[in-house]
Design a protein around this ligand. Structure first.
Ligand SMILES: [Zn+2]
Length: 356
């Protein structure tokens, strides 16, 4: 599932209040207000390549889209934010602005939108050709690359030359929660914007305005990243998570093959995503085991506190630490699991072994 950020057209759907403060209109999130106001105040000095970073699920893409909107607005307000009503803003809201290109790891195959592993070099070459033609509406052109770390090596190299000498009035907005995976040659040519994180109260308030069920639990699972929490609050995802958490709570009865089969039960192209969920659940569970062992409250599994307390007494701290490290390593390798089911089963076997 896409946990970070909503496409521009849908994120502006909640708009409507023309009297809202500048940075609270279409696209912007409440915790981004202050930063946007100060960025808008320096609008004339914006460089041609910006890199928006920060953890997944805090609204980096929405922040980048607010910047894109300001660049493409044809009648900006006094504070340099987008007006929301001019032809430029209306094209942006409809997802049809000819001078805005959004490059994502999705491709259209026989009219079906499919997610792909990498942003290919062909996509970036096409973007560069687009960047070199004259602006359709006579103003700025904006390219959004989300998430930028999904460009493959050839794609990043192709972009590099253009970032060195960007065409006039053309802006490249890169969004990444893993900027360390971008070549340093790219990051060094971008001015970095660290997207603001909401406080837990901001995040709660935002989720409650969106009527997200089980918001507190989802927020804990999402490390307080509200957009990620909104995605995790999905009923099917939570039901599957409950099944796995119940199994982890009783390692002596844990049936590895039965759980592994649950991964093969999802469509092939979503198994990797399901494995990513499983690794997240295992990670959160192990962190909570460590927390209750030292007398803290569980962070992500408050409902299973009794089981956690009992298991924490049976687990050796060093073994738990090593297992957690193994999970983190596995998480870094998630892009290329040989078989999601086999990876999950191996992790479950090692988990069960923690309790002798
Ligand atoms: Zn406008």
């Amino acid at each position: 599932m896409s946990v970070d950020d909503t496409p521009l057209a849908t994120s502006s759907a909640a708009a409507g209040d023309v009297h809202a403060p500048a940075a609270d209109r279409p696209g912007a999130l409440p915790w981004q207000r202050t930063m946007l106001a100060s960025l808008f105040a320096r609008r004339a000095q914006w460089p041609h390549a910006l890199l928006v970073t920060g953890p997944a699920g805090i609204g980096k893409r929405i922040l980048a889209e607010a910047l894109a909107g300001a660049l493409l607005c044809e009648a900006p307000r006094g504070d340099a934010s987008a007006c929301g009503g001019c032809p430029g803003c209306r094209y942006v809201a409809a997802g049809q602005h000819p001078d805005l290109r959004i490059v994502e790891p999705v491709e259209i195959d026989e009219d079906e939108v499919k997610s792909v592993e990498w942003i290919s070099v062909d996509r970036i070459r096409a973007l560069i050709r687009w960047a070199e033609i004259t602006s359709h509406r006579g103003g700025a052109k904006v390219a959004l690359i989300v998430p930028a770390e999904r460009m493959n090596e050839a794609a990043a190299n192709a972009l590099l030359k253009t970032l060195e000498e960007p065409p006039r009035d053309t802006y490249f907005l890169l969004v990444s929660h893993l900027p360390g995976r971008l070549p340093a040659t790219i990051t060094s040519r971008c001015q970095r914007i660290v997207a603001p994180r909401p406080t837990r109260e901001d995040a709660r308030a935002w989720l409650s305005r969106q009527d997200v069920p089980g918001a507190d639990s989802a927020l804990a699972q999402a490390n307080d990243a509200p957009l990620r929490a909104r995605a995790l609050a999905d009923a099917d995802y939570q039901a599957e998570r409950d099944t796995w958490i119940r199994a982890l709570a009783a390692p002596d009865r844990l049936e590895v093959a039965a759980l592994g089969a649950r991964i093969d039960a999802v469509p092939r192209d979503r198994r990797k995503e399901r494995l990513a969920g499983v690794v997240d659940w295992l990670c959160g569970w192990c962190v909570d085991l460590a927390r209750v062992r030292v007398g803290s409250e569980p962070a992500q599994n408050a409902a299973s506190e009794a089981a956690l307390r009992e298991l924490a007494r049976a687990v050796a701290p060093l073994a738990l630490f090593r297992y957690h490290r193994q999970l983190l390593r596995q998480r870094a390798l998630l892009a290329h699991p040989l078989s999601p089911r086999l990876v999950a089963e191996a992790l479950l076997i090692d988990y069960r072994a923690l309790f002798g």
